[in-house]
Design a binder for this molecule. Structure first.
Ligand code: MLT
Length: 202
């Protein structure tokens, strides 16, 4: 079953890359539409709501504690999200999207990259962590990935985001990793860097 409650906005400008918007814990399918429009004006936007509930808060996979993931669920949910994207591409007639994920949404995007590399054309990972402790060897050759971390992020240790950047690079991705003077929340710098980056890869 790969049906997700979602929003879809068709492209309003030719030649733009579709975005797959993936919200953080407690968010929903509406949260990142504004961010998507800001960083890539005119792109088609596909924005699902995470199907896992934690005390009523939507997420994309189960966790045992903050930063401690139920990895079996991560795998299952990432594949489910991949199937949703493939189906949505047919239904809406869009190309492979660039994921734009925040926090839990960035973590499921990272899992999807490692488990099903062909689903995404690239990814903007905002405050992401290593999603799987023993990921398969993925083939991410040349895939553009922007990883933006916060130097004072209380949820994501610097060593963890550095490990994620290394993992993705070793799989062949073209990773740009920047550590911003920020915490877990997004800042104007995230928006500016993501816009620039998308403008250059898309
Ligand atoms: C997660 O559970 O994916 C991370 O702890 C980030 C979060 O959602 O707070």
């Amino acid at each position: 079953e790969s049906s997700f409650i979602h929003r879809f906005e068709p492209a309003s400008r030719a030649g733009t890359t579709p975005l797959l918007l993936l919200h953080g814990t407690g968010g929903d399918e509406n949260d990142l539409l504004g961010l998507g429009r800001m960083i890539s004006p005119g792109s088609a936007l596909l924005s699902p709501r995470g199907r896992v509930l934690e005390h009523g808060m939507p997420r994309f996979f189960r966790r045992l504690a903050e930063g401690v993931f139920d990895e079996e669920d991560v795998q299952r949910r990432a594949l489910e999200l991949g199937a949703f994207v493939d189906e949505a591409r047919e239904r809406y007639g869009i190309a492979a999207p660039v994921a734009v994920g925040f926090s839990n949404g960035a973590n499921i995007a990272a899992a999807l990259l490692l488990l099903k590399p062909d689903v995404l054309a690239g990814a903007v990972l905002l405050r992401a962590m290593v999603p799987l402790s023993d990921p398969p060897r993925a083939a991410l050759t040349g895939k553009p990935i922007l990883l933006l971390s916060g130097q004072d992020d209380p949820i994501v240790p610097a060593s963890n985001s550095a490990r994620l950047a290394a993992l993705l690079s070793e799989a062949g991705a073209n990773v740009s990793h920047k550590v911003l003077p920020a915490g877990h929340q997004l800042t104007q710098a995230d928006v500016a860097l993501a816009s620039d980056w998308i403008g250059n890869v898309a």
